[in-house]
Design a protein around this ligand. Structure first.
Ligand code: OGA
Ligand code: MN
Length: 285
């Protein structure tokens, strides 16, 4: 069966068909990697992978890194496959089967607050609600390329601190409960260039992480806030986006080095369960 790669027609994303992900050849994996460089987000529909084959497939993209210990909650970790996280709203017998954070509702990249942020993230849909819970993606190459000249000149050479202690909605993460300040200048976290060069494509992309608690040193706080607001307003425009509407068996892979993502809310009783894998990326330059 020939591999078929169909672009979404939006700013990013492509659907891939005609591949057996349980035993992909090196040639198939190379095609997938190439498609990911071109389209940034790929969707495989109707996959039939058990968790063991899924993890094996994920490992072909790099070293799998479970969520950082400061940000992980016990319910996110799968007992059988500790590399895999369970992103889910399901509670059974009073016990949460995974975690589905409110923080995912805001645009972000995964693990931006680490010295080596995530490279790829994969979500495999095990259960999806009838309505809602879509996931949207932004093309951060396009966002960079479309920056107005004045904004591009202002970010030249600047870095942003991606704070580690709070999630996107300002909630304190599990490993930082005793931290007192929520002044962005004081929060711990990794500092990365605002414009990063993708290590495989050589293209420049905006790299913003999360809005909450970000800070651009050494600017005055008000100046940093104003510049971040201008960048976020620009980068999150619809013209840079594509939205995935989930079906059970969908597998999505995205490249955190040149995208941001967010999920939509959904009605409380709908069950949603995603199995997630994340690879460790490189230090942004
Ligand atoms: C994630 C994430 C969004 C979703 O797993 O990192 O942001 O749609 N998930 O579940
Ligand atoms: Mn995420």
């Amino acid at each position: 069966m020939a591999i078929e790669i169909r672009p979404t027609g939006a700013a990013l994303g492509a659907a891939v068909a005609g591949v057996d992900l349980t035993a992909p050849s090196d040639e198939t994996l190379a095609r997938i990697r190439g498609a990911l460089r071109d389209h940034l987000v790929l969707r495989f529909r109707g996959t039939d992978l058990d968790d063991a084959s899924y993890v094996a497939f994920g490992r072909t993209f790099g070293e799998i890194e479970p969520p950082d210990e400061h940000t992980r909650t016990a319910s996110m970790t799968d007992a059988e496959f500790p590399e895999m996280s369970v992103i889910s709203n399901i509670v059974e017998g009073g016990v949460a089967r995974g975690e589905s954070g409110e923080g995912e509702l805001r645009w972000h990249t995964d693990h931006g607050f680490m010295e080596r942020p995530a490279g790829f993230t994969m979500l495999l849909a095990r259960e999806v609600p009838a309505k809602g819970g879509d996931t949207s993606f932004l093309n951060m190459y396009r966002a960079y390329e479309a920056l107005p000249d004045d904004l591009r000149a202002r970010v030249e050479g600047l870095s942003v601190k991606h704070q580690a202690s709070h999630g996107s909605t300002g909630q304190r993460r599990p490993g930082y409960l005793d931290l007192e300040s929520d002044d962005p200048r004081d929060l711990p976290g990794a500092i990365h260039p605002i414009v990063r060069t993708h290590p495989e494509t050589g293209r420049k992309a905006l790299f913003l992480g999360r809005r909450f608690g970000s800070y651009i040193p050494p600017l005055a706080l008000e100046e940093s806030e104003a510049l971040l607001d201008a960048l976020w307003d620009h980068a999150t425009r619809d013209e840079f986006a594509w939205t995935q509407r989930w079906q059970v068996g969908d597998l999505i892979i995205w490249d955190n080095r040149c995208t941001m993502h967010r999920r939509d809310g959904f009605a409380g009783h709908g069950r949603r369960r995603m199995h997630r894998l994340m690879t460790r990326g490189e230090r942004p330059v």
